[in-house]
Design a protein around this ligand. Structure first.
Ligand code: ZN
Length: 107
């Protein structure tokens, strides 16, 4: 086998695809955000986790965490509260409004 090329040209380093390709936008074309690195975490009912049989309206510091700054009751979709405890919680919040531990609304 005879190879007469005196100075074999080294192969031109082709630009690697990951560096040459434009950075992919995290938001898709339809505007749907692809939350990369987002791990969907299973929400668990806080009262079930603490094995609370009946939500106590007198535990204002706990109940306050289920109310927005404007005084609205947070939905169970946001907090992960189960339906049984969400009903008890709603009643406790309404009770707390009447005894003025929680605001009906604050602007
Ligand atoms: Zn629960």
């Amino acid at each position: 086998m005879i190879n007469d090329t005196p100075n074999p040209v080294p192969p031109v380093p082709s630009p690697s695809p990951e560096t040459s390709a434009p950075a992919a936008a995290p938001v898709g074309p339809a505007g749907a955000p692809r939350r990369r690195g987002f791990v969907p975490r299973r929400k668990v009912c806080r009262f079930c986790a603490e094995q609370v049989a009946q939500v106590d309206y007198k535990q204002v510091p706990i109940i306050r965490t289920f109310v927005t700054d404007t005084g609205k009751i947070l939905s169970s979709r946001i907090t992960g509260t189960c339906s049984k405890h969400q009903r008890q919680l709603a009643r406790a919040i309404k009770r707390n409004r009447i005894v003025a531990f929680l605001p009906f609304s604050s602007f």
